[in-house]
Design a protein around this ligand. Structure first.
Ligand SMILES: [Zn+2]
Length: 174
């Protein structure tokens, strides 16, 4: 099952910077509620680097600041995997990574996945001239066989995602 943002150790540079204003040393405690238990780490904020100590590991990410108004700077932290500058990075294996590189989804996306898959299945059916239901439409006149097969394949995948999840509850495939 895909990991969610809500259950990952998230490092948000805006929150850290805000907390650091009342902590001149730049060294702070950080707490995450993860899977029902509390995980505690240490954050060290320097000019160009944020360092996180958690679970015996050290994680670092470079900070960049962009001037968004005269003399006002907005901090970003950089994902070392893809180079994107983000507000939030996540502890993933040995590195801090952005949401995409860490392969995280939002909890709400997980809930809507079957619905979205069903909408997708209906769209494919409509393209093939069929109606929402269990009948698989015949190949429309003028459509290449290969295109038709591709649509059917997508249809099966979408239906699996929609109905497999609904009937089986949780999938163990990922
Ligand atoms: Zn990334």
């Amino acid at each position: 099952m895909a990991k969610t943002v809500e259950n990952a150790l998230q490092v948000n540079i805006l929150k850290i910077s805000k907390a650091a204003r009342s902590t001149p040393s730049g060294c702070m405690k950080i707490e995450w509620v993860c899977g029902g238990s509390v995980v505690v780490g240490i954050v060290m904020l320097a000019d160009h680097t944020v360092t996180i100590l958690v679970g015996g590991s050290v994680y670092q990410a470079p900070i960049s600041r962009r001037e968004f108004r005269k003399d006002r700077y907005l901090a970003h932290i950089q994902c070392l995997a893809c180079g994107r500058k983000c507000f939030s990075l996540f502890v993933d294996g040995a590195h801090l990574k952005c949401r995409r590189c860490a392969g995280l989804i939002y909890e709400c996306q997980r809930g809507h996945a079957p619905e979205r898959a069903m909408i997708k299945a209906q769209k494919i059916l409509a393209r093939l001239g069929g109606l929402a239901g269990y009948e698989v439409p015949a190949r429309p006149v003028g459509m290449w066989r290969r295109t038709y097969l591709r649509h059917l394949h997508q249809l099966v995948t979408a239906r699996e995602a929609a109905f497999g999840r609904l009937s089986a509850g949780h999938s163990n495939r990922d």
